[in-house]
Design a protein around this ligand. Structure first.
Ligand SMILES: [Zn+2]
Length: 117
């Protein structure tokens, strides 16, 4: 799993008695394993490919959510990973974005995005 560690350094108020520099480290998860629905194989037999990436269920084109994947087939944090920095941040090139249904998107919180919003 790839993470991004950021160190934040900030100055406390000068009015405060103790105006030391404060620092804090936060870790951001950049990659996540893609959820795989137990219905995926059954839906593939029934509907074929082209639906939700996690369960193969057919989807409406409108208002569809997407998940960005890299060539190692892991989901990428859409707030930090772009096609340009993908290799540098996650160790593999972008594989593009794939549609994901609403139910499966709930299993991938923070890793899906709506291109229309
Ligand atoms: Zn699905």
């Amino acid at each position: 799993m790839y993470n991004l560690t950021l160190s934040l350094i900030y100055q406390t108020s000068r009015k405060a008695q103790n105006h030391n520099q404060m620092s804090e480290t936060i870790t951001i998860q950049l990659t996540a394993e893609l959820y795989r629905s137990p219905m995926k194989d059954r839906n593939e037999d029934k509907y074929g490919y082209g639906g939700c990436i996690c369960c193969n269920k057919p989807m409406k084109e409108t208002d569809c959510l997407y998940v960005h994947m890299n060539e190692n087939w892991v989901a990428l944090n859409p707030q930090f990973v772009t096609e340009e920095n993908c290799l540098e941040l996650t160790g593999a090139n972008s594989q593009g974005c794939f549609p994901i249904g609403n139910d499966c998107a709930k299993k991938m919180k923070g890793f899906v995005f709506n291109p229309n919003k």
